[in-house]
Design a binder for this molecule. Structure first.
Ligand code: SIN
Ligand code: CO
Length: 376
């Protein structure tokens, strides 16, 4: 993507300008970010997705007197309130995994590293519906897809939440700005900016959401993967204490066990590239509800595209795809990085590919991770 071309999507800013001035720093309201935008799914299609197995969906209802109700899907039509009842919202997460056009919409936001991209969430609300004033820990682009929504936003110092509600709702919301968004308008919000979007009539909003791994979660995931060494001996190395003396205080942990534990961690950290490998594997791991349909039996492709569900990343030494890692260098690395960046390889690219690279692509094709290019 050319990061120095002014984009209507960003109100005439280039991606570079947007990242420097706004990303993670301050909101941006863009009128007609996508001029003439038409929803990718109509109401019936979206609500039917909310009822499908394997789709993450939530329902938020305002019960009056400041009471809220949160339920988790799937929602067959009879579990949803009537369309004439005001004040409810259905939220469908990960629409890009299920719908090619939603996946394609996200491609416009690839001026942000893929490792930071989360998903497309679509909300449907009846009049006055909303999820209440809150803040998120993540950056988000809120694209109005259908109807109107009134957003009130603010920097909010006091992040205290209302007690005894099933949602994260700010106890004292102090909005500073108010904007009514029409279809095609978009609002970017950095993490922690308080916001409250209320539907004015029936409305649909698309949230292009990002992920920021939390430090504790990352440490846990990385340690788990790093302790899984590739050259692990067949019989595990266990703690030995031939020198252990008889104890009078059996509750005390032997200091030698501390040393053994420390060594275990130091060993995992000292292994060259272990951290890089673990990070790439973790960040490219598909979401738990993702499954792939196997490639067709002919096993033939002249050009390839990544399946929309595939997460592919790379670093200086590795290629990562759907939680797996490969050491790669030279021509093969160049080719695979191109696949990760452009999500496709042409016939000409494949004509120059090594046998090893073709073999790998063929195994990914069998797994349904890549598809024949002409399938779209
Ligand atoms: C919504 O679309 O109703 C909620 C999106 C958000 O506030 O993050
Ligand atoms: Co939010």
């Amino acid at each position: 993507m050319d990061t120095n071309t002014p984009l209507a999507l960003l109100g005439g800013l280039t991606a570079s300008q947007f990242m420097r001035r706004h990303w993670h720093k301050k909101p941006l309201l863009v009128r007609q970010a996508i001029p003439g935008f038409k929803p990718l799914l109509n109401r019936a299609q979206l609500l039917s997705l909310a009822g499908a197995d394997g789709v993450e969906a939530r329902l938020i209802e305002q019960l009056g007197d400041g009471r809220w109700k949160l339920s988790h899907g799937p929602f067959p039509r009879r579990r949803l309130p009537s369309l004439t009842q005001p004040g409810w919202t259905a939220l469908v997460q990960g629409v890009d995994l299920h719908l090619q056009s939603a996946h394609e919409l996200l491609q416009q936001f690839r001026f942000v590293p893929d490792a930071r991209m989360d998903d497309l969430m679509i909300s449907f609300a009846t009049d006055q519906g909303g999820v209440g004033p809150h803040f998120d820990n993540y950056d988000v682009f809120l694209l109005q897809a259908h109807g109107r929504r009134r957003w009130r936003i603010g920097r909010q110092k006091n992040l205290a939440l209302q007690p005894d509600v099933p949602l994260k709702i700010l106890a004292q919301f102090e909005p500073e700005e108010e904007h009514v968004l029409e279809p095609g308008d978009m609002l970017y919000l950095p993490p922690k900016w308080a916001h409250d979007g209320v539907a004015e009539g029936e409305c649909m909003t698309y949230s292009i959401g990002f992920r920021s791994p939390a430090r504790d979660e990352l440490a846990r995931e990385l340690l788990l993967r790093m302790s899984d060494e590739p050259d692990e001996p067949e019989t595990p190395v266990v703690y030995k204490d031939a020198g252990q003396l008889a104890v009078e205080q059996p509750g005390a942990i032997p200091v030698e066990l501390h040393a053994f534990a420390r060594q275990a961690l130091e060993r995992a950290l000292a292994e060259p590239l272990a951290l890089e490998r673990a990070l790439g594997e973790y960040m490219s791991e598909p979401k738990p509800n993702v499954w792939f349909e196997h490639g067709d039996e002919r096993g033939m492709f002249e050009s390839v595209v990544l399946d929309r569900r595939t997460r592919m990343l790379y670093d200086a030494r590795h290629i990562f795809i759907n939680g797996e890692s490969y050491l790669a260098g030279g021509r093969d690395a160049t080719l695979m990085r191109k696949l990760a960046d452009t999500r496709s390889l042409s016939r000409a690219d494949l004509a120059r590919a090594s046998d090893d690279a073709l073999e790998l692509l063929s195994s990914w094709f069998d797994s349904g991770w890549v598809r024949a290019g002409d399938e779209g």
